[in-house]
Design a protein around this ligand. Structure first.
Ligand SMILES: Nc1ncnc2c1ncn2[C@@H]1O[C@H](COP(=O)(O)OP(=O)(O)O)[C@@H](O)[C@H]1O
Ligand SMILES: [Mg+2]
Length: 395
């Protein structure tokens, strides 16, 4: 079952942030929502007990240079200082130098966006957090992509990820990654609200590890975590190929299953990401243009991978009574020049209601044929031997 989803990343939830500067208080409602923010005077740092807070946030503009110098000195003297984030318009060089000597510290020069502030805080919290244990066995990665827009790729990706999470029944079983970086819809369909701009993490690709991945994820249900960014029209240019591939690599180390909502248009990282997957599903609907696109798209992927491996085509929104002349399954397979891997029934009410309520169809309309069909597809695919061309490697 879905739990109430926090509007902020899991890593911020209930983290104790000591905020030095009265101007910082509103951040507790905005970019640092979910954390417990306590404002204090810079002099109070001297009484800071070990482990009393998870992050110290300092507004450098709120205090004079000598008070700030004393604060940083005090933090340096602690055996295990908490991570420190200093923000402000005027950041004296000497102070910054001393600050950055702390085991975990960062600075953010004003003006900055709320997303930059949450990303900086999350990176520091992630650094200070013990890395989750890697998964025991080899992880499996499936990519799902629509042959045409609106074919149902996101809907089916979510149902597949949820079905796998229910099947595994353990924490951190499945990671759903929305690679539609600019305007992915998976978070909205799930009723989750990502607060992180992927571009802000993209710069830290080389530092990306299991802890930092945890700073990204929005927990959706017991076994299902989501990686998705906020809407950002520049994201495809701003997030590097290395960052995407490294994200996938780390996700495969941390989760048993990694499920990708894959954009249809090819990016610099597309083929490498697909080569690291053991299943690639192309979702089509039962119209002639979609079937032709599915065939062409699947051929393009096959040629691009160059290993003879073919994506599997899944026909979505099969209806027993079609409105107007629609191809039959047999005619569809003729147009595709291959067999389809499976079909998912049409159920507009269930699909729309679930998207509106936020969550998988399996949660809101468990009796829908969509759920049954996806389950059958998942069982069939999960029983297949793993076919993979290469591990996802950022190098
Ligand atoms: N099997 C289905 N039955 C009915 N409606 C569906 C089904 N699958 C998807 N839809 C609906 O089709 C629309 C497009 O789905 P979406 O998953 O966003 O497609 P895509 O990601 O391929 O663009 C949505 O309104 C969704 O609710
Ligand atoms: Mg989509």
């Amino acid at each position: 079952m879905l739990r109430n989803k926090p509007a902020s990343p899991a890593l911020l939830q209930n983290r104790r942030i000591l905020a030095l500067g009265a101007t910082l208080a509103p951040y507790g409602q905005g970019p640092l929502a979910g954390a417990v923010l306590e404002t204090a005077n810079v002099a109070q740092l001297e009484a800071l007990a070990p482990g009393a807070c998870d992050l110290v946030l300092i507004d450098a503009d709120a205090w004079d240079a000598s008070a700030l110098g004393a604060a940083v000195k005090h933090l340096s003297a602690l055996r295990a200082p908490p991570p420190v984030l200093m923000i402000g318009e005027r950041l004296p060089a000497g102070l910054v130098r001393n600050l950055l000597r702390l085991p975990a510290a960062d600075i953010l020069e004003a003006p900055f966006s709320p997303e930059q502030l949450s990303a900086a805080a999350l990176s520091l919290l992630a650094e200070a957090q013990p890395a989750p244990a890697p998964t025991s066995g080899e992880s499996r990665c499936w990519a799902i992509s629509g042959a045409v827009g609106g074919a149902g790729a996101t809907t089916i990706t979510i149902e597949i990820a949820n079905a796998l999470a229910m099947r595994e029944d353990k924490d951190r079983a499945v990671c759903l990654i929305d690679l539609n970086l600019a305007d992915g819809a998976a978070a909205a369909y799930l009723g989750a609200a990502p607060t992180v701009r992927l571009a802000d993490f993209g710069n830290a690709a080389d530092r990306m590890d299991a802890s930092m991945l945890q700073a990204f994820v929005t927990p959706v249900s017991k076994g299902l975590d989501l990686v998705a960014g906020v809407r950002d029209p520049t994201a495809f240019d701003a997030v590097s190929r290395e960052a995407v591939l490294r994200l996938l690599e780390v996700a495969c180390e941390c989760y048993d299953w990694v499920i990708l909502d894959m954009p249809r248009h090819r990016r610099s990282w597309t083929l490498e990401a697909l080569a690291g997957c053991d299943e690639v599903l192309v979702i089509s609907e039962l119209t002639v243009p979609a079937l032709l696109a599915a065939r062409a798209y699947s051929d393009e992927i096959e040629d691009g991978l160059g290993t003879g491996r073919r994506p599997r085509i899944v026909l979505n929104r099969l209806a027993s009574r079609m409105f107007g002349p629609a191809p039959s399954m047999a005619e569809a397979e003729k147009a595709l020049q291959r067999k389809a891997e499976g079909g998912i029934s049409s159920d507009w009410e269930a699909a729309a209601a679930s998207a509106n309520l936020g969550g998988p169809v399996a949660q809101h309309r468990p009796k829908s044929k969509i759920v049954k069909d996806v389950q059958a597809l998942v069982e069939r695919l999960a029983a297949q031997p793993v076919r993979r061309d290469a591990g996802v490697k950022a190098a």
